[in-house]
Design a protein around this ligand. Structure first.
Ligand SMILES: NC(=O)c1ccc[n+]([C@@H]2O[C@H](COP(=O)([O-])OP(=O)(O)OC[C@H]3O[C@@H](n4cnc5c(N)ncnc54)[C@H](OP(=O)(O)O)[C@@H]3O)[C@@H](O)[C@H]2O)c1
Length: 233
C-alpha cells in the first residue's frame, strides 16, 4: 500500500478520485489550503467507504504532499502558481499525477485557457522541476468517478516522459474498474488530451450528458512503449 496525496482534495474531482484510489487499495490524504476543510472532505469520503474508510485522511496541501509517495495535483489552474512552488521539497523525486484541465467558461460555452506552458502538465513540470510528472485521468469526470457502484467506461490517457513513473500510473488506473490505461506518449502530448476535454465539456453542455473518452482501434491493454521498460516503480 502506498500513500497518495490529493492537492485540492476538497473539490469534486479530488473527493471522487479519493474514493476510487481507496477502493483500489491505496491510502489517501486529501489536501486543502485549510486543514479543517481537508478533514471535512475526508470525513465525507470516509462515510461512503465502509471498511475502506480507514484509508482516508485529511491535511493541509503541504502535510498531504509530505506524507505521500505519489502526489496528485487536483487544483484548478488558478491555484497552481500559488500552491506548487512552495511544495518543491515535499514533491522532490516523487511521481506527481496531473489531472488538471485548463478549461474556462465563456458566454458561448467552454474554451481552452492560455497558460505559461503549452499544457498544464508541462507547466506543473516547470513549477516542480524535481518531480516526475505524469498527466493522466483528465478525461474521467468527477461524476462518473464518484458513482462507485458503476464501473467506468473510459480510457485513462497517460502522458509522461519517464517510463517507470508512467508504469506506476498505469498500475493505479488499471485498478479502477472499467478503466483502460492508454500510453499517449510524452508529457508534451498532454496538450492534446487537455484540448479533448474542452470538447467533452462542450458535448456535455450541448447534449446534457456526462461524457468520457474511449479510443477505438487499440488492444485491451494499450501500454505502448511502457510495457517494454523494466526497472523500479
Ligand atoms: N470536475 C471534474 O469532472 C474534473 C474531471 C477531470 C479533471 N478535473 C480537474 O481536476 C481539478 C479539480 O477539479 P474540481 O472540479 O474539483 O475543482 P475545484 O472544486 O474548483 O477545486 C478543487 C479544490 O482546489 C482548491 N482551490 C480552489 N481555488 C484555489 C486557488 N486559487 N488556490 C489554491 N487552491 C484552490 C479548493 O480547495 P480548498 O479551498 O479546500 O483549498 C478546491 O476545493 C481541476 O484542475 C479540473 O480541471 C476535474
Amino acid at each position: 500500500v502506498s500513500t497518495i496525496a490529493i492537492l485540492g482534495g476538497s473539490g469534486d474531482e479530488g473527493r471522487a478520485l479519493a474514493l476510487r484510489f481507496a477502493l483500489a487499495g491505496e491510502s489517501v490524504v486529501l489536501g486543502s489550503r485549510s486543514a479543517e476543510r481537508a478533514e471535512h472532505a475526508a470525513a465525507t469520503v470516509r462515510q461512503r467507504l465502509g471498511a475502506d474508510a480507514i484509508r482516508i485522511a485529511g491535511g493541509t496541501n503541504r502535510e498531504a504532499a509530505g506524507a505521500a509517495d505519489l502526489v496528485c495535483v487536483c487544483l484548478p489552474v488558478a491555484g497552481l502558481e500559488g500552491e506548487l512552488p512552495g511544495l518543491r521539497a515535499e514533491t522532490r523525486g516523487k511521481i506527481v499525477l496531473d489531472v488538471v484541465n485548463p478549461v474556462g467558461r465563456v458566454a458561448s460555452g467552454f474554451e481552452a485557457m492560455a497558460l505559461p506552458a503549452p499544457s498544464a502538465g508541462e507547466w506543473i513540470a516547470a513549477l516542480l522541476p524535481e518531480a516526475r510528472v505524469v498527466s493522466a485521468l483528465k478525461t474521467l469526470s468527477a461524476d462518473h468517478l464518484a458513482d462507485v457502484a458503476q464501473p467506468l467506461r473510459g480510457d485513462a490517457l497517460v502522458c509522461g516522459d519517464e517510463p517507470a513513473a508512467k508504469r506506476r500510473i498505469f498500475d493505479l488506473a488499471r485498478r479502477i474498474p472499467g478503466v483502460r490505461p492508454v500510453d499517449c506518449g510524452p508529457l508534451r502530448n498532454a496538450r492534446y488530451v487537455e484540448a479533448a476535454t474542452v470538447l467533452l465539456l462542450e458535448l456535455n453542455r450541448l447534449h446534457r450528458v456526462t461524457t468520457g473518452l474511449r479510443v477505438v482501434g487499440l488492444g485491451g491493454d494499450a501500454r505502448g512503449g511502457v510495457a517494454q521498460t523494466t526497472g523500479p516503480r
